[in-house]
Design a protein around this ligand. Sequence first.
Ligand SMILES: Cc1cc2nc3c(=O)[nH]c(=O)nc-3n(C[C@H](O)[C@H](O)[C@H](O)COP(=O)(O)OP(=O)(O)OC[C@H]3O[C@@H](n4cnc5c(N)ncnc54)[C@H](O)[C@@H]3O)c2cc1C
Length: 424
Amino acid sequence: MFDLIVIGGGAAGFYGAIQTALANPELKIAIFERGKTLLGKVKISGGGRCNVTHAEFDPQALVQNYPRGHKELLGPFHSYASGDTMNFFEERGVPLKIEADGRIFPKSDSSQSIIDCFFREAKKLGITILKNSGVKNIQKSSEILGGWQVTTANKHYHSKKLLVATGSNSKIWAHLKHLGHTIIPPVPSLFTFNCKDLRIQGLQGLSKDVTVDIMPKTYYNPKIHIQLKSKVEREPLFSEEGPLLITHWGFSGPVILKLSAWAAKELNDFHYIFRIRINWLPEYSFGTMMGFLNEMKFAEARKTVLKSKITELPNRLWIRLVKASGIDAAQKWADLSKDQIQSLATELIEGSYKIEGKSTFKEEFVTAGGVDLKEINFKTFESRILPNLYLAGEVINVDAVTGGFNFQNAWTGAYLAAQDIAKN
Ligand SMILES: Cc1cc2nc3c(=O)[nH]c(=O)nc-3n(C[C@H](O)[C@H](O)[C@H](O)COP(=O)(O)OP(=O)(O)OC[C@H]3O[C@@H](n4cnc5c(N)ncnc54)[C@H](O)[C@@H]3O)c2cc1C
């Protein structure tokens, strides 16, 4: 018999158990973890450094990082957000640092500092931790009115309240579905794009601020779309601006990771075969680039196109794009045809690249999908369908772009659930 059973010994589970015990030390609390390791994802998170949260302290701006959950998390973030997370760890002897891009890590650069902090707190607060205790079934308790019974391989346990913090676990989703919840089908988020295009072969390590569009299936040949395709057919489905990194398998960098999150469902529908359009010089549009190149034709008339430095593009990339435009190595600006100028403008501003598959981003990846947000009370993270059952972390249909935002969802949900559990 427990006051609270937490299913899942991960980020949300530990935070929820600790916050409940802090708010009401009288309660008997247990964490059930199916594996023999606790906080496994925290350990490997952020490349082993654990990007605990992000230095974004305005809730309105913070929610913009959640492709799923931005509307629902606004209220919760007004109650508990990044600053509160920082206080929690710093007050418990885990100093944090903010990096230039806003990501927050323990000063130790080791996720073990976070794990040790959780273990210390859980021990101090008398939280029972049961490892190798995978929950096989969840049902209404016959012993506690309004309570829950959870069943492991060989035992039944009863509890007044239940916090489900099982991350992206399909079996628990199936149980919750059976109990009446709607589960949004899970799809991967936060991945990089595979591309074998010759224009980027050998350019790994090259990074540039760009705009990337994900194009609809109707968009195809960049050389003919200008004349043949209607505006709607050329309209991007998703568009993001930011640093792009060429890797030996294709494209990565913040702009790609953001797109992989916002377009997670659509790209899954496309089976990860689609086209992107890159504007390598986002300060130009196709029209202004045409104007600029036509000026160059006169201003740089006697110079070789390949050897000119007319933009801030890295040389190696400029050479590739000039060649892809059908311009000869020795050709001078004055000799460019109208078609060649148009072709070069297309390569620079609307370069089309075929993406064939995705790769895992090692630092952080998540699953989009989970318990339908309409079925959760976001003041308390209690299920609207199953009273006394709370849900926090990746089990719900919330996911974020990379940068510490996924953990912040776990901390916020677990904290608010804990306040309600402790109160009642
Ligand atoms: C490689 C990697 C790096 C990441 N890095 C970052 C980062 O730096 N910053 C960031 O914000 N996010 C990061 N993330 C995402 C982040 O780890 C998750 O969003 C977060 O862990 C979700 O917390 P959770 O508690 O909901 O789920 P989890 O941390 O996955 O915990 C769920 C726990 O429940 C247990 N469980 C499942 N089913 C059962 C069951 N039936 N019975 C008992 N226990 C069960 C699991 O074994 C697990 O321990 C990373 C993810 C990965 C994969």
